[in-house]
Unconditional design. Structure first.
Length: 213
């Protein structure tokens, strides 16, 4: 899916005359990593007033989609937060359209995320980056400890605050087998709050095996 640009008239916060800008209304992050980096750097949809030279963000609605990460984010203007109930209802409607339209290309079987403002998107992506780095450390430590590495379904891992990669048990496939494998990797010296949480959840009575990709 391609990223999409739109045009709109905007007003400078300094009260200058209205002017037209182009802004991104849909970002396909896996296809356009530069746009993901722009969001992380606070430069996404940053515009400059031609009259006074002031920089500010175009504060319009935006959809951020990262298919491999199973991440679909609807970003609404911060100034419309008071309309959250109505906007969430609209999000669900638009989500169903997107899901049905892209059914052949992408298997979207995970819920959308709603945030308000580009700062909230930046924070979400920063947390994603942090979790990805920690997950890669888990994978490396698991391999060094002699375990095969299993990849969890990204949306499942995100929802439950698990790492994206976990050590796979050498024998047995119960939730507790995964907990034992995670415990052994943690005892090797790895410091990972995500894997610790995974181990604790898998140890609980009635826990089901993790959802693998």
């Amino acid at each position: 899916m391609k990223s999409i640009k739109n045009e709109a008239a905007v007003c400078c916060p300094n009260g200058c005359e209205e002017f037209d800008v182009e802004y991104w209304s849909l970002i396909s992050a896996d296809q356009d990593p530069d746009l993901k980096n722009a969001a992380l750097g606070g430069e996404l949809n940053l515009v400059q007033c031609p009259a006074c030279g002031a920089f500010f963000h175009h504060d319009g609605d935006l959809i951020y989609f990262d298919a491999p990460a199973e991440l679909l984010v609807f970003i609404f203007s911060e100034k419309n937060r008071s309309q959250e109930k109505e906007l969430r209802a609209r999000m669900q409607h638009d989500y169903e359209i997107i899901r049905q339209t892209l059914a052949k290309q992408f298997h979207i079987d995970y819920p959308p995320v709603c945030v308000f403002g580009l700062d909230a998107l930046k924070h979400l992506l920063e947390q994603e980056e942090k979790n990805s780095f920690e997950s890669e450390a888990v994978a490396a430590s698991a391999a060094a400890a002699g375990f095969n590495v299993a990849r969890l379904k990204p949306s499942y891992a995100r929802e439950h605050h698990f790492p994206y990669y976990v050590p796979a048990p050498s024998s047995g496939q119960t939730a507790n087998d995964y907990a034992v494998a995670a415990s052994k990797v943690l005892k090797s010296g790895l410091k990972s709050s995500l894997l610790l949480h995974f181990k604790d959840r898998m140890s609980q009575e009635g826990a089901t095996i993790p959802l693998l990709l």
